[in-house]
Design a protein around this ligand. Structure first.
Ligand code: ADP
Ligand code: 5GP
Length: 187
């Protein structure tokens, strides 16, 4: 299967379903890999260090910033998140198509670094549904849901800078739409 670009970045308001979509794509296409970001946020019970994220202390994260090791980094919802250049270079050497699950500023930074990157913004069908999904995920406290909602406007304001926006209402339909955007023979 041929991809239109070796770098495909997905952003969405937290809870819109970006991780679900990216994971399904990675399962379906063996030549893709999900970029593993570094973060200072606490590990969720079902997450694995080095697989879902590289979990770092704030001190270690700041050291990597000073050493210029990040392609980009951002403080999101009170925690640092960043993409380590060496992670992306390692995947590219393996010939992988890199899928980024990243915030809006991070995606725009990926595009600056790799102009051939495709940026896809994923929207929920409505804010009510977004809140339902965030509560359903059971990973957030009320306060952290509130923090994520406060960022909505900021994220939507940048959606126009993405190559494409799609609505994740029916999951299978959303994935099919993404496939049409990123695969050469699905246009
Ligand atoms: P994000 O990575 O954008 O924060 P997730 O992928 O974690 O979002 O999805 C948030 C929650 O919504 C999860 O519990 C997920 O199973 C659910 N979800 C994802 N896509 C859909 C969909 N199309 N319809 C209903 N629920 C969905
Ligand atoms: P979560 O804590 O829900 O896993 O992620 C919170 C937010 O951080 C999401 O919007 C996610 O896309 C973003 N994020 C994850 N990794 C990175 C990264 O490496 N860089 C940037 N800029 N944002 C990231």
């Amino acid at each position: 299967m041929d991809f239109k670009s070796p770098y495909i970045a997905f952003s969405a308001p937290s809870g819109a379903g970006k991780t679900t979509i990216v994971k399904q794509l990675a399962q379906r296409y063996a030549q893709t890999v999900i970029s593993v970001s570094a973060t200072t946020r606490p590990k969720r019970p079902f997450e694995t260090d080095g697989v879902d994220y590289i979990f770092l202390s704030e001190e270690a994260f700041k050291e990597d910033i000073a050493r210029g090791k990040f392609l980009e980094y951002e403080k999101v919802h009170g925690n640092y998140y960043g993409t380590l250049l060496e992670t992306i270079e390692k995947f590219r050497k393996q010939g992988k198509v890199v899928l980024f699950d990243i915030d809006v500023n991070g995606a725009l930074a990926v595009k600056r670094h790799y102009p051939e990157a495709i940026l896809i913004f994923i929207k929920p069908p409505s804010t009510e549904e977004l809140i339902r999904r965030l509560k359903g995920r059971k990973s957030e406290t009320e306060a952290s849901i509130q923090k994520r909602l406060e960022r909505l406007e900021f994220e939507y304001a940048r959606a126009g800078e993405f190559d494409y926006s799609i609505v994740n209402d029916d999951l299978a339909a959303a994935i099919a739409e993404v496939e049409r955007l990123i695969l050469k023979d699905k246009t």
